[in-house]
Design a protein around this ligand. Structure first.
Ligand code: BGC
Length: 449
């Protein structure tokens, strides 16, 4: 007999997106350009030359999209605010029409019984701030706090949970170390600076929030647990470095007030000594932690892999998604229990989890089957339930993504949505995974049993 699955009372079921990935109309109504606008319009940066110019056209279709969320039974929606819509220059003059879009979104969500969960930074830095050094300029902590204050003044009467940053690791690794994401820099010397300024900006935003806001604020990190490919000393050391770099680089400073000691080992002379007072700013108490979980990595030592001297080893027996990520639900359990143990069991929201797979064409207005995504969803929600049973304090789950969208430099080629989007017509069609997710929400997990 299978055990009956039931999530805690009040568990928040939702779905997530981000501004540049879905909105389109990036320069409409007085918005300033972002670094993604520039990056996507630089030849050679984007798969197939795709851009966010139209994306899912959500900026113009927002009310219909919220109606789809209601039809799915979502209790929450995590979206991001495009900083350059609200402050076209990044600081200074507010653009009321940009702010108005997010106010209408929040009001429409609430009118449909859906809790808004805005993320203030999901990678689309105003280009005007990049011109002033972007994440390398220490002044960015103040710029980000100013922007946070504008948003909080306007919407904290209606928003109960705010997120400062989405995945600072990806901002740094993709944007400043390897250059695959905006602003496309490749520098071992810049990456540690960007990381540190992201953390200071997060701390400054939390501080600004405490002065103005009455509800909750947290940060979102992506966690990919690392497992050693063998017990050799070299593989174990490589695994420890990879774990520190990806999974502890941000959480240790936020919760424990110090970087993992491995950071110096990884970056060598490029890792600066940071002023002690910075950690006072970074270590502001947060109300919850947002965790994005997609995959794990089995790690072995390989000396020509920069900067970690570590390589992820493919597991022949496993299923891989279209982004090349191993499906490994036990890693989700391990991640949540590790957070519980290392950081004092903070309240956690799963702010992203999902998979890109090939989808069969829409037939008679239906995407009949997306079996691999259905399987991924089932396995990960069962794993999440097991982690909660084992004591992890998880309060909600947001599926990534509400709809197929611009998968950053991979363009529209990778589909993560539970709603299928036909990018030629903008028609949204629920996939089988969306139907299953609706049943799971309606039964608070029961439909997984
Ligand atoms: C990001 C999303 C992205 C997803 C899938 C996360 O790293 O927050 O914006 O689309 O993963 O790659």
């Amino acid at each position: 007999m299978t055990e009956k699955i039931e999530f805690p009372d009040g568990f928040v079921w939702g779905a997530a997106t981000s501004a540049y990935q879905i909105e389109g109309s990036p320069l409409a109504d007085g918005a300033g350009p972002s670094i993604w606008q520039r990056f996507a319009h630089t030849p050679g940066m984007m798969n197939n030359g795709d851009t966010g110019d139209v994306a899912c056209d959500h900026y113009r279709r927002m009310p219909e999209d919220v109606a789809l969320m209601r039809d799915l039974g979502l209790k929450a929606y995590r979206f991001s605010v495009a900083w350059a819509r609200v402050l076209p220059q990044g600081t200074g003059k507010v653009n009321p029409r940009g702010l108005d879009f997010y106010e209408r979104l929040v009001d429409t969500l609430l009118a449909n019984g859906i809790e808004p969960m805005p993320t203030l930074y999901h990678w689309d830095l105003p280009a005007a701030l990049d011109d002033r050094g972007g994440w390398l300029n220490p002044d960015i902590a103040e710029w980000f706090a100013e922007y946070t204050s504008v948003m909080v003044r306007k919407l904290d009467d209606r928003v109960k949970r705010w997120v400062t940053l989405n995945e600072p690791w990806v901002v740094t690794d993709g944007g400043y170390l390897h250059g695959a994401l905006a602003p496309g820099h490749r520098s071992r010397f810049e990456a540690p600076i960007a990381s540190h300024q992201l953390l200071r900006a997060h701390g400054a935003a939390v501080k600004a929030y405490r002065a103005l806001g009455k509800h909750q604020i947290g940060i979102v990190v992506n966690i990919e647990p690392k497992y050693a490919a063998s017990d050799s000393a070299e593989d174990l050391a490589a695994t420890r470095r990879a774990e520190a770099y990806m999974n502890r680089q941000y959480l240790d400073p936020v919760f424990l007030g110090a970087y993992p000691e491995e950071m110096r080992e990884i970056f060598g002379e490029a890792w600066p000594d940071w002023p002690a007072q910075d950690f006072e700013l970074i270590k502001q108490p947060i109300d919850f932690l947002g965790v994005n979980y997609y995959t794990r990595a089995v790690t072995r030592h390989q000396s020509d892999v920069y900067p970690l001297n570590a390589l992820t080893v493919r597991q022949p027996q496993s299923t891989y998604t279209e982004t090349g990520w191993e499906v490994h639900a036990q890693g989700f359990v391990d991640t949540l229990l590790r957070i519980k143990q290392r950081y004092g069991n903070p309240p956690v929201y799963i702010t992203e989890n999902g998979s890109a797979f090939y989808d069969p064409p829409v037939v008679d207005g239906e995407v009949h089957e997306d079996p691999l995504r259905v399987d991924y969803l089932r396995k990960h929600l069962k794993a999440l339930h097991a982690a909660i049973q084992a004591g992890a304090d998880v309060r909600g789950y947001m599926a990534w993504s509400l709809m197929d969208n611009l998968e950053w430099s991979l363009g529209f080629s990778k589909r993560f949505g539970i709603l299928h989007v036909d990018f030629a017509t903008q028609k949204r069609t629920p996939k089988a995974s969306a139907k299953l997710y609706s049943q799971i929400i309606a039964s608070n997990g029961g439909a997984l049993g």
